[in-house]
Design a protein around this ligand. Structure first.
Ligand code: CLR
Length: 436
């Protein structure tokens, strides 16, 4: 069944869904969405979208200056790495924000991961490119109230380590659901001793009235490198009068101070993140009709899907194992079974939490730790080996607090806790039950 059908019982349930939005309490997962907009996958699986082009994720690692390189060569390669990371990030967006529309016929409501749910998998070297090698994904639901997913993506051969976590906060307006993201990603090229902090853009869901929801990005996201360079990406959609869907403009500056004037951009990229984008030097906006160089074509390369082991070999905490019966029922449109199987899982979770409470224990996360940066700041100032997140937030003027992703220091959001989920490689290396 398709979400865009506007006849019969589907349109009735869609109408009641729209009505339920009117009394929205901020928790998207508590909405009783009509079954035909349920995705047969858990939100934890969305971590895979960070690496559907593994060759782009590791590309910067191949832009290493030779030992006898002169300063000009070193500088050029540094800028080329910023560009490579920017390209990889732009390339993640179609997977992140269009794949449900493309594969499931519309944006869908994902299954709400259970506490401790995990999703693991791997990518083989794409097209037998021996320079890439294997990439692995390790993802864990680290919080249920509010939902928070943490992930780590590792390519040992290229000493490339991506980690991050995300959560959302939603509000409803007359025609759309508005979503602010919380969390960020940290990308480290250990061999280059270079790291990047990536913030997550706000988004909204359009097409609600016509029962064909889709995501559009808005606002700004940043990519701050430890080498000083910063990419500022601004998103916009199809406007009332002009503009194409999924538009963005990315500007690369030599440092955060330079971002105060757009004229300072060293490189400007312009286009659609789900389609073609163009690149030019300086601050003029590139365009295909001016003959500017193609930067990235999101339609040219197929996504490389993560390989997950068969259900029979999966641990009971693995996402597809947990949700198998629900997912099957969603695919078949068996509404009664969806409801029954979901309730089984939810009641089981409630029982587990109750038991923990009675025993006076807390659920312990498996591979990720919550790190409190308030405790760290003083310590870090004396440290020989400063923390990547603290130095990158200081270079980019980004908040260290649990503010909407991309909030600046001393903005109105720059307050509260400064606790962020961090991957614990040791814990993963000692994992004996869950295998890739
Ligand atoms: C999760 C983290 C990913 C990027 C991403 C993409 C789409 C977002 C999703 C995040 C969070 C959940 C989300 C989804 C789009 C729709 C869905 C906001 C941020 C909500 C819960 C579904 C609302 C129901 C409508 C389809 C009616 O890296």
């Amino acid at each position: 069944t398709s979400a865009s059908t506007s006849t019969g019982s589907q349109s009735t349930s869609w109408t009641s869904f729209l009505k339920s939005l009117a009394t929205f309490n901020g928790d998207l997962y508590s909405l009783t969405a009509p079954p035909f907009i349920l995705a047969p996958i858990s939100l934890i699986e969305y971590s895979q979208y960070w690496s559907e082009h593994p060759e782009l994720l590791v590309a910067a690692n191949h832009l290493k200056p030779a030992e006898d390189a002169v300063q000009d060569e070193i500088d050029l390669l540094t800028l080329q790495r910023q560009l490579a990371v920017t390209k990889w990030f732009i390339a993640t967006l179609r997977s992140q924000y269009c794949s449900r529309s493309e594969n499931l016929g519309g944006e869908k409501n994902p299954l709400n991961p259970t506490l401790g749910e995990v999703f693991v998998g791997k990518w083989d070297s794409p097209n037998d490119d021996t320079k890439v090698g294997e990439t692995i994904l390790v993802s864990e639901q680290v919080s249920h109230h509010p939902p928070m997913t943490a992930y780590s993506i590792i390519n040992k051969q290229n000493e490339t380590y991506l980690q991050g976590y995300n959560g959302i906060r939603a509000t409803i307006s007359a025609t759309s659901i508005n979503v602010k993201q919380f969390g960020h990603a940290l990308l480290e090229y250990k061999d280059l001793q270079e790291s990047y902090l990536i913030t997550l853009p706000p988004l909204h869901i359009e097409g609600l009235i016509s029962a064909s929801p889709f995501v559009e990005l808005e606002g700004t996201s940043y990519i701050q490198s430890s080498n000083g360079y910063i990419t500022v990406i601004e998103y916009s959609g199809r406007g009332y009068f002009s503009g194409k869907k999924n538009s963005f403009k990315a500007r690369i500056y030599k440092d955060q101070i330079s971002t105060l004037n757009k004229e300072n951009a060293i490189i400007t990229i312009n286009g659609q993140w789900s389609d073609k984008s163009y690149i030019s030097r300086g601050s003029t906006t590139p365009h295909s009709k001016n003959g500017d160089e193609l930067f990235y074509d999101a339609q040219a390369l197929d996504a490389n899907h993560v390989i997950v082991k068969p259900l029979e070999e999966q641990h009971e905490l693995e996402s597809r194992k947990i949700w198998d019966k629900v997912a099957e029922a969603i695919k078949k449109g068996e509404y009664e079974t969806i409801y029954q199987q979901k309730s089984l899982i939810e009641n089981n979770q409630r029982d587990l939490r109750k038991k923990e409470q009675l025993a006076g224990i807390n659920w312990e996360t498996r591979w990720f730790d919550l790190k409190d940066y308030e405790d760290w700041i003083a310590e870090d100032e004396q440290s020989q080996n400063p923390d990547a997140f603290l130095s990158l937030t200081s270079l980019s003027n980004l908040s260290i607090h649990n503010a909407p992703s991309g909030s600046l220091k001393s903005s109105k959001y720059d307050e509260g806790d400064a606790k962020h989920w961090r991957f614990n490689l040791n814990k993963w290396e000692q994992e004996s039950e869950i295998k890739i």
